[in-house]
Design a protein around this ligand. Structure first.
Ligand SMILES: Cc1cc2nc3c(=O)[nH]c(=O)nc-3n(C[C@H](O)[C@H](O)[C@H](O)COP(=O)(O)OP(=O)(O)OC[C@H]3O[C@@H](n4cnc5c(N)ncnc54)[C@H](O)[C@@H]3O)c2cc1C
Length: 368
């Protein structure tokens, strides 16, 4: 039974919302997370995380809870990544700490359960239907009205909170223009027995890549369509599965989801509401890495709310994340130009050491 009023209301129970909730509960704050899906919902995500994400989790959870979380959700360590030009392998990199995969449904469920263990309140299978920003009130899908003192929007790439703010301010929402679209399929590993490592296939999805990541019992295949790039992604995905040797690819369940693609240019704070994770556009490109950013921005939101001037503090704390995303967008824009892209594909196989060090020093290095 939820109360009629909370000090802190978080919309969305993904990594961003859960991290904010855990941070607020660690400070003993009165807090409700509202998640529209069921606990342990399936979530489209390849679950690839560099070591920096695991270091962040250890810092935010402490040693014992971190060990529990890893036992619940960590799937495997992949020793290598490969870069392909379509299906021709150009490079095999073996980063010092390997690359890790998480089981997203199990990870998200563990995080929310941990938040509840810390005394946080949680509503699942019941989303926020509408928000009255003037009166600090939300109406849930099942009809309950809940008041809040502070709202945190962790409601994903297609943030309904941002939509509603735009609508109430008479602004047009451009969510489609600022999100990429991904397709993903998870194939039982026995259907692709030779699949190993984390593989990025360039030359299949324009200015982006298709992936094949070996997990414990499955191989996760997917690709990203950038907002401005029109191609038949369904067909490209079928062709990709066929080329990798998936039998009867048309029988495989393929699902789609949005991924923010605006280089961290969304506002982190609007009308006193803090946006975290995908809702704040915090995803790095060309990798599409967002779990780290969701967790870190969630922690920062909780930290900022522990004192005065939360908006400003939150923006300052998140600045290094935004800087890193802006930097990553420069690499992305290079890949979007024909000549630099050809140079990259032509040369990448000759610079295995620098590419591996780039992974270790950029993608795997702590940002804050
Ligand atoms: C196909 C794909 C593959 C990816 N692979 C990787 C990867 O390998 N590594 C990586 O780091 N990142 C990856 N990402 C990105 C990563 O999944 C996201 O960046 C991350 O999930 C962001 O977390 P979040 O908490 O901000 O949002 P989400 O995880 O999207 O959580 C938002 C939550 O809000 C809930 N919600 C939405 N609206 C409402 C509402 N009105 N009321 C209540 N609840 C609501 C949703 O149900 C959802 O649970 C991938 C993304 C996609 C689409």
């Amino acid at each position: 039974m939820i109360k009629a009023e909370y000090d802190y209301l978080i919309i969305g129970g993904g990594p961003g919302g859960a991290a904010a909730g855990i941070g607020l509960r660690q400070q003993g704050k009165d807090c409700l997370i509202v998640e529209r899906a069921a606990l342990g919902r399936s979530k489209l995500c390849a679950g690839l995380v560099p070591q920096k994400t695991l270091r962040l989790l250890k810092k935010m959870l402490g040693d014992d809870a971190y060990a529990e979380c890893m036992e619940a959700a960590l799937l495997s360590q992949q020793p290598m990544f490969r870069i392909y030009d379509r299906h021709k392998c150009l490079l095999t990199g073996t980063p010092r700490d390997g690359i890790w995969t998480l089981d997203r449904p199990r990870f998200d469920r563990w995080m929310l359960q941990h938040y509840v263990q810390l005394g946080g309140e949680l509503v699942t299978s019941n989303g926020v239907q509408s928000i009255d920003f003037q009166n600090n009130t939300v109406i849930l899908q099942q009809g309950e009205t809940v008041r809040y003192k502070q709202l945190i929007a962790a409601d994903g790439a297609n943030s309904r909170t941002a939509h509603q703010l735009d609508e109430q301010r008479g602004r047009r929402s451009h969510r489609k223009a600022i999100n990429g679209f991904c397709l993903e399929a998870n194939i039982p590993a026995k259907r692709l027995p030779n699949a190993t490592g984390a593989n990025l296939h360039f030359g299949i999805a324009p200015s982006s890549y298709a992936w094949s990541f070996r997990k414990a019992h499955t191989v996760c295949l997917g690709m990203i369509q950038l907002p401005s790039k029109h191609f038949d992604i369904q067909k490209a995905m079928l062709d990709f599965m066929t080329a990798l040797g998936v039998e009867s690819p048309e029988t495989v369940e393929v699902r789609g989801a949005m991924l923010p693609y605006d280089g961290g240019r969304r506002q982190l704070c609007r009308d006193g509401i803090l946006f975290v994770g995908d809702a704040a556009g915090l995803v790095e490109f060309p990798t599409g890495e967002g779990i780290y950013y969701a967790l870190q921005s969630g922690c920062f939101a909780a930290e900022a709310l522990s004192g005065d001037n939360a908006d400003q503090r939150y923006a300052t704390l998140c600045q290094p994340l935004c800087d890193q995303i802006h930097k990553s967008m420069r690499y992305q824009h290079t890949l979007e130009q024909r000549i630099p892209y050809s140079l990259f594909i032509g040369q990448v196989g000759k610079i295995v050491g620098p590419v591996t060090r780039f992974y270790e020093n950029n993608i795997d290095a702590d940002i804050v």
